[in-house]
Design a protein around this ligand. Structure first.
Ligand SMILES: [Ca+2]
Ligand SMILES: [Ca+2]
Length: 349
């Protein structure tokens, strides 16, 4: 009996041990499973962390598709980190459209304030899409996938522009209503004792055009300038959103190539510009030193010597007499609407 009793006790004991082992095993398996899961997540977050860089205060750059294999192509429709244009960036595993982001609401059409950010996508050198997020990037708010504001692209600095010519100003803008101002401003503008103080350019440009041909006045200061584009707050009459070209460009006097007209005592300067009569007259006078449009009799002499002087084309050439011209193809003298474009040369006695 004792043996049987002891045997039963042993069986019970064995059952308890087996049960305990099973429970313990289950616990160990569960812990191991969790541990494995934790490892995957940790690995994953470690990988993502590795791809993230904090470039400057408030800026985070991260790879959007960290697990994708390197690809041969990546495209970004706004050409990179272009905060004032909404772009779409694409590699072979992902397509991302730039958007305004509010942490409380997620993707939004418009946001402003300290939590408002732009998700700016671009291609890395490894042909993968990256995202840059900066809570300070859109200082005037974010609208429809780009910062509200403008960015002057050209001129960018170092250009040499001449009086009397027109040059292309190029910008990006988003969320700005008509009109904006496009101004050239001298380096010394607003200084107490400026060597030359000049500001010129229109106040009524459509921001959506993205470019404007700015005419340099024939008497503009010979100085260094920047281009400033502004949206004015029409209630408070002050510039509310502005951007300037990154560096200075220079305005120089026109280079005059003068030729003494054979057997006559006056000089002629040819150029490759066509203009209306009034602007042609201003152009010649802007050269200084007595340069002006030729009289009809002077232009006849020039026409007769055009091969010897050189630089002429078969076109109409203005005289100083409003609307009168000579057709240099045949020497025909005639008149036309002075608002039309024609070639011209300048003379100096
Ligand atoms: Ca972009
Ligand atoms: Ca953009």
């Amino acid at each position: 009996m004792a043996f049987i009793t002891q045997g039963k006790a042993n069986i019970k004991y064995l059952l308890i041990v087996v049960l305990a082992a099973a429970v313990a095993g289950g616990i160990v398996f569960a812990v191991w499973s969790c541990y494995q899961k934790e490892m995957v997540d940790l690995n994953k977050s470690a990988e993502i962390n590795k791809q993230q860089q904090v470039v400057e205060d408030g800026t985070t750059i991260s790879e959007v598709s960290p697990t994708s294999t390197p690809l041969s192509t990546c495209t970004d429709s706004d050409g990179g980190k272009n905060y004032y244009v909404k772009g779409t960036a694409k590699d072979s595993s992902i397509t991302k459209i730039e958007s305004c982001y509010d942490p409380a609401k997620g993707e939004v059409g418009f946001c402003s304030g300290s939590d408002c950010t732009l998700e700016e996508y671009y291609c890395g050198s490894d042909n993968k899409v990256y995202v840059q997020q900066n809570y300070k990037m859109c200082i005037h708010g974010c609208q429809d996938g780009a910062c509200i504001g403008t960015k002057v692209l050209s001129p960018s600095g170092g250009e040499q522009w001449e009086r009397g010519n027109a040059y292309e100003i190029i910008w990006n803008s988003n969320g700005l209503d008509y009109p904006i101002s496009v101004k050239a401003i001298t380096e010394d503008y607003g200084e107490e004792q400026p060597s030359c103080q000049e500001i010129f350019g229109p106040d009524n440009v459509d921001p959506s055009l993205g470019k404007y041909y700015l005419e340099i006045p024939s008497d503009a200061c010979l100085a260094r300038y920047k281009i400033q584009i502004c949206k004015y707050d029409e209630v408070n009459f002050e510039a509310s959103i502005c951007d300037e070209s990154d560096n200075y460009f220079s305005i120089a006097a026109k280079e005059v190539k003068e030729v003494l007209v054979p057997r006559h005592n006056f000089y002629v300067s040819t150029n490759d510009i066509t203009d209306n009569w009034s602007d042609a007259k201003d152009y010649c006078e802007s050269l200084g030193n007595g340069w002006k449009l030729p009289t009809m009799s002077q232009l006849k002499i020039i026409y007769q010597n055009k091969e010897a002087i050189g630089g002429f084309v078969d076109d109409s050439y203005w005289t100083s007499d409003i609307s009168m011209y000579i057709w240099f193809g045949s020497g025909l003298e005639s008149s036309m609407n002075p608002a039309l474009l024609a070639s011209f040369c300048c003379v100096k006695e």
